[in-house]
Design a protein around this ligand. Structure first.
Ligand code: G3H
Ligand code: 13P
Ligand code: ZN
Length: 322
């Protein structure tokens, strides 16, 4: 089937008590690892592209890689989504350039300005059959194109969501309930430590999620910053020349719970980066004389597939839902 929007996916996810995985793509091996997992698990899928990904890989290359995945996976619905669209022009360029969904992230702007920018994107997108994700509240964390300090982050205010959705006409809403971008989601001071010395982060604010859902019945909610930072990959990195002390993510059981509620889309990027980096570091530690990218990218792609398979089955609950 051709690329789809997220409308039908989200309706089924909301009613079915699961979430669709939204995974960031930057190159062919990442696209292949994710889509092979989704095809095998018969799961609906969102492939998302950030501003940084477009700068790195080029819009056309990424669209064509995703189109290749659509051909290879004819039986599952796949949406192509702009992640963290920074402005109208970037959203327009993706809408004109084959995406079926865009995010306009004006969450750092004042409320009225966020509404105005989002409304403008929604009007253009809907005229072109494309859906729009917006954001209220802002997550802490650092990525190439997303950089919000802990002091500047803020939970979503539930009392604002009805007016925002009604005035913007957005199709889904990303909210801030304590998730955060990147592999260092919390400082050691924000966490406790378990018996193994592993940092345990503060729990997500399910009270905010529940109040938002009560105010927006049936409306799809999105969680960003939802990598769990698997400690086996952190260990693989650290044992093979890396240095990522105290990397910490969101416990998977909390994401599982969110997926059974109104959360229909869960964004995962850092976990794939860790899988890829750990695999490549280990490959070179084991084979210091090798230099063929096909050799070291093979286990990297396999481990991306393995972690996505695990997310689809055990975290998102969307295996078999295509
Ligand atoms: O939330 C951000 C995503 O992880 C994409 O990160 O801007 O470094 O491509 P990026
Ligand atoms: P992570 O950094 O937790 O993977 O979040 C990714 C994300 O939110 C992309 O928009
Ligand atoms: Zn994000």
């Amino acid at each position: 089937m051709p690329l789809v929007t997220t409308t039908e996916m989200f309706k089924k996810a909301y009613d079915g008590g699961y979430a669709v995985g939204a995974f960031n793509v930057n190159n062919m091996e990442i696209v292949q690892g994710i889509t092979e997992a989704a095809r095998e698990q018969h799961a609906p899928l969102i492939l998302q592209v950030s501003k940084g990904a477009r700068a790195y890989a080029n819009h056309t290359y990424l669209v064509k890689l995703v189109e290749a995945a659509v051909i290879e996976c004819p039986d599952i619905p796949i949406a192509l989504h702009l992640d963290h669209g920074p402005d109208f022009e970037t959203c327009k360029s993706c809408i004109d350039g084959g995406f079926t969904s865009v995010m306009i992230d004006a969450s750092s702007k004042p409320f009225e300005e966020n509404i105005a920018i989002t409304r403008k994107v929604v009007e253009y997108a809907h005229d072109h059959g494309v859906v729009v994700e917006a954001e209220l509240g802002s997550l802490a964390g650092v990525e190439d194109e997303v950089n919000v300090s802990a002091e500047d982050s803020s939970y979503t205010r539930p009392e604002e969501v009805e007016e925002f959705v009604q005035k913007t006409g957005c199709d889904s809403l990303a909210i801030a309930i304590g998730t955060s971008h990147g592999a260092y989601k919390f400082t050691a001071a924000q966490c406790t430590r378990n018996e193994q010395g592993i940092l345990v982060p503060p729990p997500l604010r399910f009270d905010i999620l529940e109040e938002v859902s009560r105010r927006l019945p049936g409306f799809p909610i999105v969680l960003h910053g939802s990598s769990s930072v698997p400690q086996d990959f952190v260990k693989m990195i650290n044992e093979n020349g890396g240095k990522m002390p105290d990397a910490v993510g969101i416990p998977e059981e909390q994401l599982r719970k969110a997926a059974t509620l109104s959360v229909c889309k869960i964004n995962i990027d850092s976990d794939l980066r860790l899988a890829m980096t750990g695999s490549i570091r280990k490959y070179f530690a084991d084979h210091p004389d090798h230099f063929d990218p096909r050799q070291y990218l093979t286990p990297a792609r396999a481990n991306i597939k393995a972690i996505v398979t695990h997310k689809l089955i055990d975290v998102l609950g969307c295996a078999g839902k295509a």
